[in-house]
Design a binder for this molecule. Structure first.
Ligand SMILES: Nc1ncnc2c1ncn2[C@@H]1O[C@H](COP(=O)(O)OP(=O)(O)O)[C@@H](O)[C@H]1O
Ligand code: SF4
Ligand SMILES: [Mg+2]
Length: 338
């Protein structure tokens, strides 16, 4: 029996109104997150991952706005909730570790006080128990000498410790889902591994659902149950992690996997040539077409639709359109972008 659905996103579309133009940056994306499951949202910088996270929580500020689609949290439509209900969900039922530490950590309060305040705001601890619970939480996120570190201000901590404090703050309201936006970016490789281990451990021990957002497929490969690959505001491939990572269907996913550092030690690291389209600048066909080594006749004319593949994977690509007749060499599950 699959575990219950916590978050259901359907056709979510978010735009920014800039310079008199409406620029879509998230284009009709859909996904589910089930209890105790990890979904990795991956894609190059600028693909719309952080805007997606903010849109889910209705934290997007003007000039950003949601123009279509729905987000249901535990079967409640987020668009129908008042501010008080949204405040209870944010931090209480859904914890956020934002990409930017400046938006999570207040420089003028100690880290202990910030965690205590969040715990009390979400009634995750009684006033009598809160100090002890805060120290326990710092210990849970593997911060050494929690009693001393609790008295530190954010600027006194190393990047790795600060990231652990941000995770602790995300967990302080005892949420069922944690959204961690680029939790390892800017950290050295061993620290990155330790943070991912910590998140994986939290998922296992607390039965937490996790939405982990990263531009680095290597980071998420070890902890994801489900993967959604985002390109230019669209989810181009999604499904269970094993088939997506072992036999990626979409040429963009293949390119991302081929460019993982250290995939084949001693070899040059392939990257995907070219850059994503600027927001709001799109040709009529597939957004990836200008960079795609497998593009064929319909790709530059027609936008692809999402085609089902084996094992619950879908791919937004003409290669899998039975009517589009891709060239014989294209679309092999083992084909790699070079
Ligand atoms: N406040 C804003 N005003 C205008 N455009 C924005 C704003 N915030 C983000 N964008 C645009 O939205 C797109 C997606 O951004 P983002 O979600 O931060 O990407 P990612 O997290 O995948 O790196 C980018 O093209 C970015 O320029
Ligand atoms: S639709 Fe065409 S251009 Fe787009 S990813 Fe698939 S093969 Fe490449
Ligand atoms: Mg981001």
């Amino acid at each position: 029996m699959p575990s219950p659905i916590l978050l259901r996103v359907e056709g979510l579309t978010t735009v920014f109104d800039v310079g008199g133009r409406t620029v879509p940056v998230v284009r009709g994306i859909s996904f589910l997150i089930r209890a105790a499951e990890t979904l990795a949202l991956v894609g190059e910088s600028g693909s719309g991952k952080s805007v997606t996270a903010l849109s889910l929580l209705r934290l997007l500020r003007p000039p950003g706005r949601i123009t279509a689609g729905s987000v249901h949290w535990r079967a409640r439509d987020m668009a129908s909730l008042d501010d008080a209900a949204l405040q209870r969900i944010r931090g209480g039922e859904i914890g956020l570790v934002p990409q930017d530490p400046a938006t999570a950590l207040n420089p003028v309060f100690t880290v202990g006080d910030q965690i205590v305040e969040t715990m009390l705001a979400h009634k995750a601890a009684t006033p009598r128990a809160v100090h002890g619970r805060m120290l326990e939480l710092l210990d849970t996120v593997r911060i050494p000498q929690p009693a001393q570190r609790a008295r530190d201000y954010p600027h006194q901590l190393s990047g790795g410790l600060r990231q652990r404090v941000m995770i602790a703050l995300g967990l302080a309201g005892d949420p069922a889902l944690l959204i961690a936006d680029e939790p390892t970016t800017g950290l050295d490789a061993p620290t990155q591994t330790r943070i991912v281990d910590l998140l994986r451990d939290l998922v296992e021990r607390r039965g937490l659902a996790l939405l982990i957002i990263s531009h680095d497929l290597d980071v998420v490969a070890s902890c994801a149950d489900q993967v959604a690959v985002m390109y230019a505001g669209e989810i181009v491939e999604q499904g269970p992690a094993t088939p997506v990572l072992d036999a990626p269907a979409h040429p963009y996913t293949r390119g991302l996997l081929a460019s993982v550092p250290g995939a084949e030690p001693g070899t040059a690291l392939p990257t995907i040539d070219g850059v994503p389209p600027a927001p709001g600048v799109r040709a009529p066909g597939c957004a990836f077409a200008p960079r795609c080594p497998e593009r064929f006749d319909p790709c530059e004319r027609l936008a692809p639709t999402a085609w089902p593949r084996a094992l619950g994977v879908t791919a937004l690509c003409h290669l899998y359109d039975p009517a589009a007749a891709p060239p014989p060499s294209a679309g092999r599950p083992d084909a790699k972008v070079r």
